[in-house]
Design a protein around this ligand. Structure first.
Ligand code: H2U
Ligand code: ZN
Length: 349
């Protein structure tokens, strides 16, 4: 099959979902605007920011004058460890209206005291602190009896609905395994039972052999555009060695993860000469005390931009009603990210 010419659909091995690829549509005329580089600079410290060191948060607490990373429990948490007194959200088994309680906790992680530096400009040494704090939180939160899954993620940029430019990520941890990690777990488990080996280890081997969707690699990680990518410049960071969670990383591996994230973020920013918006998240084994040998941890990046820093992909219409669709092939997207420099555009001037 000629992927660049013919409409086709591709199977997402991690979810069992299909994505429609229509490469001929990239030939349709584009008369949209051309963008100038985004040179707007944020201040190093913003007295109105809820996350900057020494400032008062919306809930009234005062941030310490932190010098590295800073973690706190979300003042407006979507999940609470205990259900309110007298709450009864169990559904009546006789009806089709099914509800059940969910408990958990939400944490906010400030990546650094600097209000203006995203991961792309923080440097690998600082990014390593973020990796360390993820590991500490993942262990501590996951050890709780009332937690079954710890979701680490970052939502970046106002087009993604992020409320604050201060570089930060979040952790939402729940008693139940949430939908997407649960589906990926089921798919990896089915593959493991059938082949007695890991789905993502096998997938990685195929990708390294073909190489056309690889963006770059270091000693411990491969960054690639998945064969089944949905978002235009979607990528995945995969550890080369089989690891069920981030807790299996040794010190060198943690350095390599920081290196991979920073390099990917610089390439992303350079692509449209802007602070590149995305949602990213780590998918890994549930915190259920089991071995989960079928789980291979990985990081998804789902960026919304399509053609420029102001033209984003909308998952609407056919995508909402039928299935996701993309024009740019995964191979073409990988080539575009691959050709970007690893020096940030703001530092090239
Ligand atoms: P986003 O910008 O990614 O939406 O997340 C910021 C989070 O920080 C958000 O969940 C929390 C919000 O509830 N927050 C606090 O906990 N305290 C504050 O003072 C401001 C924001
Ligand atoms: Zn700030």
């Amino acid at each position: 099959m000629n992927f660049e010419e013919s409409p086709h659909r591709r199977l997402n091995q991690l979810t069992g979902e299909w994505v429609l690829v229509s490469p001929h549509r990239t030939k349709r005329p584009w008369q949209g605007q051309q963008e100038e580089p985004d040179l707007a600079l944020l201040p190093e410290y913003d007295e109105n920011c809820y996350l900057c060191p020494g400032n008062i948060r919306a809930g009234g607490a005062v941030n310490p004058r932190y010098a590295d990373t800073f973690v706190f429990t979300n003042d407006f948490a979507a999940l609470l460890p205990d259900l309110p007194e007298g709450s009864d959200v169990h559904s009546n088994n006789d009806t089709l209206l099914v509800a059940e309680p969910e408990t958990g906790l939400c944490r906010v992680i400030c990546y650094s005291p600097r209000h203006d530096l995203t991961l792309a400009r923080l440097g690998a040494a600082r990014a390593r602190s973020v990796v360390d704090v993820w590991c500490e939180e993942f262990r501590a939160v996951g050890e709780r009896d009332d937690i079954g899954y710890v979701q680490i993620f970052e939502n970046r940029g106002s087009v993604m609905g992020c409320s604050n430019p201060h570089p930060h990520g979040q952790i939402w941890a729940t008693r139940n395994v949430p939908m997407y990690p649960a589906t990926e777990g089921t798919r990896q488990d089915a593959y493991f039972r059938e082949h007695d080996s890991c789905l993502l280890c096998a997938y990685l081997e195929t990708e390294l052999k073909q190489s056309e969707r690889i963006v770059f690699e270091n000693d411990s990680f491969v960054v690639l555009v998945p064969f089944w990518a949905t978002w235009p410049f979607e990528t995945m960071i995969l550890p080369k060695r089989h690891m069920t969670s981030i807790l299996e990383m040794d010190v060198t591996c943690r350095d390599d993860l920081a290196d991979a994230m920073v390099r990917l973020n610089i390439r992303y920013d350079n692509l449209f000469q802007t602070s590149f918006p995305y949602s990213m998240g780590i998918h890994q084994a549930p915190s259920d005390g089991a071995d989960n040998p079928h789980w291979h941890f990985h990081i998804h990046y789902y960026p919304p931009l399509l053609r420029s820093r102001s033209v984003k992909k909308f998952m609407v219409g056919y995508e909402m009603m039928a299935m996701p669709q993309r024009d740019l092939t995964a191979e073409a997207a990988a080539a575009r990210i691959r050709e970007q420099a690893e020096i940030h555009y703001l530092e090239q001037r």
